[in-house]
Each structure stands twice: as C-alpha cells, then as structure tokens.
Design a protein around this ligand. Structure first.
Ligand code: PPE
Length: 305
C-alpha cells in the first residue's frame, strides 16, 4: 500500500511514462551508494493561475548539486523547466509538490559512480502541510538530535544529495521516538545547523538570525526568500552561527523549507517558546501572500505553468 497520492505520468529521461512504469533496476547505482541529487519544489495555485515557486532557482541548485558530485544532468535548466510544466499539465494538477531527481542508474557496481549512466526524472504529486496543518498554525515541538549534522568535509550541506538524507532520517526517527515532531541537528562543533528537512531561524528582541551556509546547512530557497522578504519588511536579518542556548532563550523560532513552508517551532527539548510570535506570524502571512501571487514585487519568483 502506498501513502503517496499517485499521479498519472512521470517524466523520465525525456519522456512521459505511466506512473506505475517509472521503475528502476535494483542494481541502480544510487540505490546502493546514494549517488543522487534532487529538488523539492512547490507549485501553487496563485491568483494568476498555477505557478512554480522559484523553479529556475531550484533547478540551478540541482545543477550545482550534480556538478558537486561529478554528474552531468544532460538537460539544461530550460529543458527541465519545460519538462516540469509539461508534467504538471498532463497530471492535471493545479497545486502540487515537484520532485526532480538525477541519479546514477544501472550499469556499474562499486563505489566509483563515473561509469554508471545518469537518469533524470520529474515526479509531481499533491503534498499537503509537511509537518501537519496544525503545526503551521500552532507550531511544532522540536528536539535537538543526538545525531550530528554530517560535516561539510563529509557530505557538503550545499549539495542536496540523497546520501545526506540518511542523516536526516536518523534524526527524524529519533525525534519522533522521543515524542517530538521534528529534529534539530547540531554540527560536530555544537553549532545549530538545521532541521531534518528545514532551515531554522530564531527571533530575539525583534532581530532575526539564521545559521550561515558555512555552518554546513542547505542553501534553502525558502531560507533565501524569507531573508529577503523579512529585510524588505524592515527587519534586521543576521546570518550568524547559533548555539543551543540561542534556541532556548529565543523569543520565537521557526523552520523554513519548501515542504514545511514556514512552520513555527512551539518548543525545543520541551522548553516552551510560546505561541507563534508576532514576527513569525507576520512573515508566514507575507510568505503565503508571496507564493500565492498576491504581492506583485515578487512576481519574478513565480514561474508560471
Ligand atoms: N534543509 C534540509 C535538510 C532540507 O531537506 C530542506 C528542504 C531545507 C533545508 C530547505 O530547503 P528549501 O526547500 O530550498 O527551502 N527539504 C525538502 C525535502 C523534504 C522531504 O522530506 O523530502 C523540501 O522541503 O522539499
């Protein structure tokens, strides 16, 4: 049984194939060695019709991720944009999540990925609130993981590779087992990194701060968007290293991510941070206005289907 809201077609290596036919061999290199890069993107039903939020920027990040692991996508960003729009259209979805993935396929065994072919696919399906609808409104209970964020000299955070997500998965399972809704990972040196699938922000005395990319966090597009939106609203946003106590003494904490959108953090390790605070609420409202096409200044972020 699948908990996936299955669609009709999947784009794979230049063609649309039936959902059930988009399979891969069990000796697929990426399945054994994590040699895949992917993106998570959302298509919103905006006031001007369906639009994919920062599609071009996401695909550019995927191109950089591929480059980082020595992989050629074989398709340009423009080609992948067109393929994404086509896949959304044929699945007749107005609003959905978009998952492009490029992976080393079938044709080689052993850790050296270079002789395995590269397969590229784009999958779309409806995906609701990642951490639950209630979390968007009331916030999520987060716990600091005993697992550390993979180091930048192991698997760089800049790369959105499948391999990174074993780290996320370990942290997520532990968090859920401990009764939390999401995990927060610290780096080996004890700095705050990110959630298992989100960047993290804190607010103190009206100033917003988030860990810098050099601390090994994913260069989140939602993170970048929130930094810009917040600055445009007149807030001061600092990209600076944070330690555990910064979370405990924050006035507000929130997660950002394509799937999680902007989710308030209600507590960290059982220490209440409180109701979604004024800054979090203002940013969340503004963010949803932006992705839904209600703020003309950010129109360039909406790639129309
Ligand atoms: N950090 C991590 C580790 C992460 O996985 C994501 C996105 C982010 C930060 C935020 O990045 P951005 O989406 O560009 O703002 N996580 C994706 C996958 C989640 C999943 O469970 O799958 C996502 O949100 O699409």
């Amino acid at each position: 049984m699948s908990e996936i809201d299955e669609g009709k077609y999947i784009w794979k290596n230049g063609q649309l194939v039936a959902w059930a036919e988009a399979t891969t061999h069990v000796l697929t290199h990426a399945l054994h060695y994590g040699t895949a890069v992917f993106e998570g993107i959302r298509c919103y039903q905006t006031v001007h019709g369906s639009a994919v939020f920062r599609l071009r920027d996401h695909l550019k990040r995927m191109e950089r991720s591929a480059r980082m692991i020595g992989m050629e996508l074989g398709y340009s960003v423009d080609e992948l944009m067109a393929a994404t729009f086509e896949t959304i259209r044929v699945n007749e979805l107005k609003e959905c999540y978009v998952r492009p993935i490029a992976y080393r396929g079938y044709g080689a065994v052993g850790v050296n990925p270079r002789s395995a072919p590269v397969d590229v696919a784009i999958i779309v399906w409806p995906w609701g609130a990642y951490l639950g609808a209630e979390a968007l409104e009331k916030g999520i209970a987060a716990g600091i993981s005993s697992w550390r964020q993979r180091s930048v000299n192991a698997i760089p955070g800049a790369v959105k590779s499948s391999a990174s997500y074993l780290n996320s998965g370990l942290a997520k399972m532990e968090a859920l087992d401990h009764g939390y809704g999401e995990a927060i990972l610290l780096t080996e040196s004890g700095l705050v990194a990110e959630g298992s699938g989100e960047n993290i922000f804190v607010v103190r005395d009206g100033v917003i701060a988030t860990p810098p990319l050099a601390d090994g966090v994913l260069a989140g597009l939602t993170r970048a968007s929130i930094i810009q939106i917040a600055r445009d609203m007149g807030y001061t946003v600092l990209e600076q290293s944070l330690v555990r106590s910064d979370l405990y003494i924050a006035d507000e904490v929130f997660f950002t991510g394509t799937a999680a959108e902007l989710t308030p953090v209600a507590s960290v390790d059982g220490r209440q941070i409180g109701l979604p605070g004024p800054v979090t609420s203002a940013l969340q409202t503004r963010f949803f206005d932006v992705v839904n096409g209600r703020v003309p200044e950010y129109d360039a972020w909406l790639d129309r289907v």
